[in-house]
Design a binder for this molecule. Structure first.
Ligand SMILES: Cc1ncc(COP(=O)(O)O)c(C=O)c1O
Length: 465
């Protein structure tokens, strides 16, 4: 036979023979109706026991690749050849794609430093929790999350963000994404709409529209959302804001506008949904308190561990006004019962034993360095550039020169192996922010940042405007 088996391979001999034959059939190397060698012949040629070949033939017959004709032998069944070229082309293009993507320096915003996940502390706590926790943690639990974590979070949020709540108001969710999606389902009824900052991430818009809401854009300037653009005739179900660090423009909502928002919500009986996704990382001045602290019954406060730890954990939370608690719990139960109790316990210990605040302090230093590297590099290569927004989070917005970042230019830049994002990409009303780009630096080392800006410079210098 035209293949061999490897006794040192981790795969069993049966598995190896099965996979090879299946591959030859799918690929068309063994043609439809072609006769296979007898089990005895194949066993001798491969130097394996006949039982192995019998087992493999049985399996392939059961799956429809082979048919047995009594007193004639075993044949390749019609219809089991898969289009070889298409299949291989797909594989090749995927390989090429992976190679190209690997070389690109991607200034994607909101990606945290994956190289700094606190593996050691998390791993140790995970082991301890798994060994020491009572058997009951391996059963079902209530949808809102474990009380220990909610209590830790309530203390942490009051201390760091001025969030005022009882632990009962906190619901643990699968990231901010799930929190926002469930809030939309609960609050938006009778075709009400959500007022959103414009620009805003497309992910957030999608969450609201999938949740059944229309969206209505409200313009943003350097001080955040402009409340005077909220409708006085037809108020929304809620206003979605990123007051600490607007995405993407980076403004911090002024206290006057915070008050205006709360007054609006009180007057029109709607909610303010505050997404506080990256407020831990502020590099100038002191972080402003949450809007929630101004009126806990009018503000739904959403937070996440995706930026301070890792999005892979899928842990976020929402602090609810008391009137929304029961309905939220019911919906959360129906969606996924509850988040992993093991992960919640690990996180509880991580906060309780001081690892979280230590990690945040360390990451703040690292992100600050990365931000400075990006700002310095931009100023070196584009001396006239302006950096916009508050020095916070993991991204900045920059105006390099008076350039319009249309698709053609973005593609040209990408051909120079660097990926940047136009602010206009995030705009609902297009055309206002075409001269600005968003650059994320959270997951890029200082050297890569410098190299990325150099590539950007080369791309812009060689573009035919
Ligand atoms: C504005 C905003 N909020 C929150 C998140 C975090 O979502 P999650 O907690 O589901 O990972 C993101 C993700 O990029 C985001 O852009």
């Amino acid at each position: 036979m035209w293949f061999q088996v490897e006794r040192s391979d981790r795969k069993t001999l049966t598995q190896q023979v099965y996979e090879q034959l299946r591959h030859f059939i799918l690929n068309g190397d063994l043609k439809t109706n072609e006769k296979l060698p007898s089990t005895r012949e194949l066993a001798t040629s491969l130097g394996v026991s006949r039982n192995i070949i019998l087992e493999v033939y049985d399996q392939l017959v059961a799956e429809g690749y082979l048919i047995v004709k009594p007193r004639s032998g075993t044949f390749v069944a019609p219809g089991s050849v898969f289009n070889k070229h298409e299949y291989q082309d797909t594989l090749i293009s995927k390989e090429l794609f992976a190679k190209t993507v690997k070389d690109i320096i991607d200034f994607k915003a909101a990606t945290p430093a994956m190289d700094h996940f606190p593996r050691k502390a998390w791993g140790r706590l995970a082991k301890e929790v798994c060994y020491d926790a009572p058997d009951s943690i391996f059963g079902y639990h209530s949808p809102e999350g474990i009380p220990e974590l909610k209590e830790e979070l309530a203390r942490y949020l009051l201390r760091t963000r001025g969030v005022i709540c009882n632990p009962n108001q906190i619901m643990i969710t699968s990231g901010a994404t799930q929190a926002l999606s469930l809030i939309t389902e609960i609050v938006i009824k009778n075709k009400e709409y959500v007022a959103v900052e414009d620009p805003v991430t497309d992910e957030m818009r999608t969450i609201f529209t999938y949740g059944g809401a229309e969206i209505y854009p409200i313009p943003v300037d350097a001080k955040g959302i402009k409340p005077e653009f909220l409708s006085q005739e037809n108020p929304p179900g809620f206003v979605f804001v990123l007051p600490s660090h607007q995405f993407p423009l980076g403004g911090t909502l002024s206290i006057q506008r915070r008050i205006q928002l709360i007054e609006y919500a009180r007057k029109y009986n709607c909610y303010i949904v505050e997404d506080d996704y990256d407020s831990e990382f502020t590099y100038e001045g002191t972080p402003v308190h949450s809007v929630q602290g101004l009126d806990p019954e009018k503000v739904v406060y959403v937070g996440t561990f995706s930026k301070i730890l890792s999005p892979a954990l899928r842990i976020g939370y929402v602090v609810l006004p008391t009137g929304l608690i029961d309905e939220f719990k019911k919906l959360k139960w129906y969606k996924d019962r509850h988040n992993s109790t093991l992960e919640q316990l690990i996180l509880t210990r991580f906060i309780k034993e001081g690892f979280l605040e230590r990690h945040v302090r360390k990451m703040k230093r690292i992100y600050k360095q990365r931000r400075e590297a990006l700002v310095n590099s931009l100023k070196k290569h584009f001396p006239d550039c302006s950096i916009l927004g508050h020095a916070a989070g993991m991204h900045l917005v920059v105006q390099l020169q008076s350039i319009e970042y249309n698709t053609q230019l973005i593609n040209w830049i990408q051909e120079h192996s660097v990926q940047i994002y136009s602010v206009d990409h995030y705009s609902i009303n297009k055309g206002t922010h075409c001269d600005k780009i968003v650059m994320g630096y959270g997951s890029l080392s200082v050297d890569i940042i410098e190299e990325g800006v150099q590539r950007l410079k080369n791309a812009i210098d060689s573009y035919q405007f």
